[in-house]
Every structure is written in C-alpha cells, then in structure tokens.
Design a protein. Structure first.
Length: 166
C-alpha cells in the first residue's frame, strides 16, 4: 500500500524520525511462487504485480504461464485462500492435466515459504519506505522481488523458515 509500514529504526538521540505520508490507500497486488527444480533443486521466484485485487482468473493465468515457462508438470502447493481454490477449480475444468495440487492446512501461513518472501519484502526491504505514487511502489516492489530472485541463500532461507527440507 502507499501507507508505509513503520518499523523501528536508528536515529540520533532526541531526533525522532518522522515519516510524512499522505492518506491514500492505493495498493498493488502481487502473485508469486517459489519454484524448486526436481533434480538440481534450483530455486526461482517468478512474480506478477498488478494494480487491482488478484482474482481467480489472474491466478489461473499465472499458473498457466508458469507451466509454459517451466515446460513440465507442476506440483502446486498453496494455501486455502478462496481465490486460490477457485483458480485451481478453473484450471481443472479447463483440463490442466499437468497440474497436481496439494493444499496446505487451513490457517497455517508458517508452512508457506512464499509468506517468508512477503515478510522479508515488507519488513526488511520495504520497511519505512515512502512511495510517491503507485508507479514508485510498483518499481520498488519489483526491484525487491528481483533482488530476492537473485539470492539463492535467501530463497533457501524461506524454506528453512517454513521448516521444509529441500
């Protein structure tokens, strides 16, 4: 959102840092996946940023594009968010025989390594970030996720956080 996520920071004693943010609630929605190659265990972090809420057709398009990019069947592990379940149903109705789905238990974000990626982006890289507008936020989020995509140890730490072996 355009509202900054205020986090603790360092400042000289007696000089409290002040963020001046306007009260706009424009925001972005991001779809992402942590992909693990079956043999090499190489990790990738594809993502898609859009300026409206993510709906089931958007997730279905993202998964189809992921399938085209990877060129192999997909085992999709996702949470039970209604949009995800509707997208899975939509893909299955369209005959996506290349897709096998495993749902995480309800109310278990700590088992989802993508949640660790979001937490890192929000609470580390984008903490105290004051975007000028949605385009500025779009660039910052894209750069943050691009940075994560090029750091193998960071991506591995997301699986470690979820206590999942690679």
């Amino acid at each position: 959102m355009l509202q900054p996520l205020a986090r603790r920071t360092w400042a000289p004693r007696g000089q409290t840092p002040i963020h001046y943010a306007w009260h706009r609630h424009d925001r972005l929605s991001v779809i992402a996946a942590l992909c693990v190659s079956p043999r090499a265990r190489r990790l990738t972090l594809p993502f898609w940023i859009q300026q409206r809420n993510v709906r089931a057709p958007d997730v279905a398009i993202f998964v189809r594009q992921l399938h085209r990019t990877l060129g192999r069947p997909i085992i999709l592990v996702c949470d039970r968010y209604n949009v995800h379940k509707k997208a899975i149903r939509l893909l299955q109705e369209q005959g996506a025989n290349w897709l096998h789905v495993e749902l995480l238990p309800a109310y278990a974000p700590d088992l989802n390594p993508v949640e660790a990626a979001w937490n890192h982006a929000k609470h580390a890289t984008l903490a105290n970030f004051l975007p000028d507008d949605v385009d500025h936020l779009f660039d910052a989020v894209g750069n943050t996720l691009d940075d994560q995509a090029f750091k193998p140890q960071l991506k591995r730490s997301f699986f470690h956080w979820a206590q999942l072996p690679l």
